[in-house]
Each structure stands twice: as C-alpha cells, then as structure tokens.
Unconditional design. Structure first.
Length: 178
C-alpha cells in the first residue's frame, strides 16, 4: 500500500513487482485520474481514503509513505508509523522517505516553480529555512532529518535502519519481523 499515492506514479513503477498494489489519496480527483492512468495495470488500484482513518481488513507486506508523505498528510510521525505497523503482516515493512538536507536547493527551486505556475502560494523566503518551506498562504512542507527518522524508528520498538540515497532522500525502513 502506498499512502498519499497521488495519481499512482510510483505505484505504476512498482506494480510489476507486486501481486497487488493499493494506493490511497484523500483527493477524489487524484484517485480518479490515477485509476485512469493505471488502467493498463490490472493489479493496481487507487482508493479515496484519509490516511488518518485507514480501514483495511487484510494486512500488507509493505506500506510506503514516500516523498515527504508524512508532512503532506500532516501526521504526527511517531504515532502514525506505529499505526501503520498494525496494518502489516508479521514480516512486513514500512518505508518512509523525506528529503535529504543536501537536496534543499533543488527542493526550494521546485517549490518556486510550482508557485510561479500558480499551483501553490508564494513562498515566504524570510520564514523558509531548516528543511521547512512556508508559503504566504499558510501551506507548509517540512522534511524529517536523519536524526528525527532515527528517533521515529527507535520509538516503534522494531528493527529499523535509516539510509540516504542519491543525496536526495532519507529513508526509514522498519521491519515488523525484527
């Protein structure tokens, strides 16, 4: 399952490695567009669901919350990850990613471009710093540091590791099996 799947871009890439892949997004428009985008991927489905109110009967082998998903869904990271652990099989894993501090300039440039296109408000450059981008309309996007990821991993009581990839992303991988 991918939490905050948007229109399913990552799901489409992963589907050939999965028996079934489900994505959730709070946006009806994203889910509708995504199910159309994924129409040639028979094992993929996007559902409209609030990440804070997950409702599944069967557990998942893998739960993904990628590309700063914890910030996007405005979750309290430790509590949310613990909740995700309840939806895993006994040997399942949770993958969470956020942006590396080394990626800051690229991230700000991307947000500026989105702002210039009218897709989000003007960036408040006086308040934007330390991994958090703040727009004048109130939108915020924060990033979790490697140290914060480590604290979250420890708080679960499960085996975990934190790794940086390509100087762009920090991953927290938590294994329920230990």
């Amino acid at each position: 399952m991918e939490i905050g799947a948007g229109y399913g871009r990552i799901m489409k890439e992963l589907a050939s490695n999965c028996k079934t892949i489900i994505g959730i997004d709070i946006s009806k428009d994203n889910a509708a567009f995504g199910n159309e985008y994924l129409s040639d991927v028979p094992n993929a489905q996007l559902l409209v669901m609030d990440a804070h109110d997950l409702d599944f009967r069967e557990p998942f082998d893998v739960i993904l919350c990628l590309q700063n998903g914890l910030s996007a869904i405005n979750a309290q990271p430790m509590a949310f990850i613990k909740k995700c652990m309840d939806f895993l099989t006994t040997d399942g894993k949770v993958f969470v990613s956020s942006y590396s501090p080394k990626f800051w300039d690229h991230r700000v440039a991307w947000f500026r471009e989105q702002s210039e296109k009218g897709l989000l408000g003007e960036i408040d450059m006086e308040r934007t710093r330390d991994g958090e981008i703040i727009c004048k309309d109130g939108f915020r996007s924060s990033a979790l540091s490697p140290e914060e990821m480590d604290r979250i991993g420890k708080s679960t009581g499960y085996a975990y590791y934190v790794a940086e990839t390509d100087q762009s992303s920090i991953f927290l991988v938590i294994s329920k099996a230990g």
